[in-house]
Write a protein that binds this ligand. Structure first.
Ligand code: ZN
Length: 439
């Protein structure tokens, strides 16, 4: 386990040289700081699928030991198994050509991927493993390895179709504390303690209604960030999220704590994000197909989850973002049609599909209620409608019934739990600064 932590620790040394700030990894608790991190609750793995609906989904949460074989590059690969690492600029069609697999299989796999859309974003470094029938040389299985805790297996079910199984390992989430003084801008100071540009963007966005980072933050102010890193089999998966932030200025203390509902709240339990809208349109449209993770396909009889809600509406109806956020995808999928994905504060994500026209760009910041598109009938669609999805902490939930931040504060019944959780995070941040290895 220690070996996999070494790069992170050497990174820490580098950061420490640059700034008088320290990074404290939970793993150090194991090597002699026993009990220091004991206060932190590790009990909320992001994608473990604890809601009962997910059992019906094609999602398998398996013990960490069962990592698929394609994780071991030294394995001998027989000639009916082809492995391809995704390179920058790659596209699926070219990859299929390069491994000499007929494009008709790609089309069948994309049909299976419609409710997941995992293949719409190819990240360089991810791998695809193709398994061919040893005699007919036809494709029977394609595995997408995203990171050690997340894989998807597309497998042939009959002559014309594939199905998928998503493998998600819960792993453990270890906290990492960043504690720094403001020297120059917040951005410079946060970079120098080791936070990424993306994380700094998230933090400034989180406090956008409270803190003007160019005016309110001055030299000598202090900031603290707790980030959690996912570990599977002693290895970092590359997945992380921010759990808590404090900004301590001369006059004010600003804070943000992630709660179990995926939303950030200040120390009084007031939501930092603005409330969500329930519907991405104005007026009333009937639900033509409800959210149903256990939906059975009328022809095949197999589970074909419907991870969103369909609203029947005329082509050209204005579609609005249900929350503040950033556009993370603008895509055209053969089955989902033209669609948009928006990442919101906290751990929320929305998708809008089968659009006729998209009026925003990838990377664009969006306000709740801002028009983002016109509805349509693109992709595999049986009539003009909007397919709307809401994901909380990586899982699709029913957008009609989900407990979204409609209210501005922690509900009364949950307040004690919230207080308990934030007290743990605060006690971690309130530890006196010290240098773990000596300077
Ligand atoms: Zn739908």
């Amino acid at each position: 386990m220690n070996a996999t932590w070494k790069p992170t620790l050497s990174q820490q040394k580098k950061n420490r040289r640059k700034r008088r700030a320290f990074l404290l990894m939970a793993v150090l608790a194991v090597v002699g700081l026993g009990g220091y991190f004991f206060v932190v609750d590790f009990s909320t793995p992001v994608m473990a699928g604890t809601d009962k609906a997910s059992t019906a989904e094609k999602l398998a949460v398996v013990p960490d030991i069962e990592i698929a074989v394609n994780n071991s590059p030294q394995d001998l690969v027989p000639d009916h198994i082809l492995k391809r690492t995704i390179l920058p600029g790659d596209n699926l069609s070219a990859i299929f050509d390069s491994v000499k697999i007929n494009q008709s299989y790609l089309f069948q796999i994309l049909a299976a991927d419609e409710s997941l859309l995992a293949l719409d974003i190819l990240r360089s470094g991810n791998t695809l493993t193709f398994t061919l029938d040893e005699e007919t040389r036809e494709l029977v299985k394609m595995e997408l390895f995203i990171h050690p805790a997340h894989q998807i297996v597309y497998h042939r079910v009959d002559e014309n179709s594939f199905d998928y199984k998503e493998i998600v390992l819960a792993g453990t989430w270890e906290p990492q504390l960043f504690d720094g003084d403001i020297v120059g801008s917040f951005y410079q100071s946060a970079i120098s303690v080791g936070l990424s540009e993306h994380e700094i963007g998230n933090i400034t966005y989180l406090f956008k209604n409270k803190v003007d980072f160019s005016r309110d933050i001055r030299a000598g102010d202090r900031f603290q960030v707790i980030r959690k890193l996912q570990i599977v089999n002693g290895k970092l998966t590359g997945q992380s999220h921010i759990e808590a932030v404090r900004i301590l200025t001369r006059k004010h203390q600003y804070s943000a704590f992630l709660f179990e509902d995926g939303n950030f709240y200040d120390d009084q339990g007031e939501s930092l994000a603005r409330a969500f809208k329930r519907y991405p349109f104005t007026g009333h449209f009937r639900i033509s197909s409800p959210f149903n993770l256990a939906r059975l396909h009328p022809v095949t009889g197999r589970v074909a989850p419907h991870k969103g809600v369909d609203f029947g509406m005329p082509v050209g109806t204005s579609i609005y973002s249900t929350g503040d956020g950033v556009v993370t995808r603008v895509k055209n999928h053969p089955f989902a049609g033209k669609y948009i994905e928006i990442k919101h504060d906290g751990r929320y994500l929305t998708r809008y599909m089968h659009l006729s026209r998209i009026t925003v760009k990838r990377g664009q910041k969006i306000q709740r209620g801002e028009r983002i598109a016109l509805s349509g009938n693109t992709g595999r669609s049986t009539g003009p409608h909007l397919h709307y999805e809401l994901h909380i902490k990586g899982r699709a939930v029913n957008p009609i019934t989900a407990k979204i931040p409609m209210t501005a504060s922690i509900p009364k019944g949950k307040f004690q739990k919230f207080k308990h959780r934030t007290a743990e995070l605060i006690s971690l941040m309130d530890q006196p600064r010290f240098d773990l290895v000596g300077s």
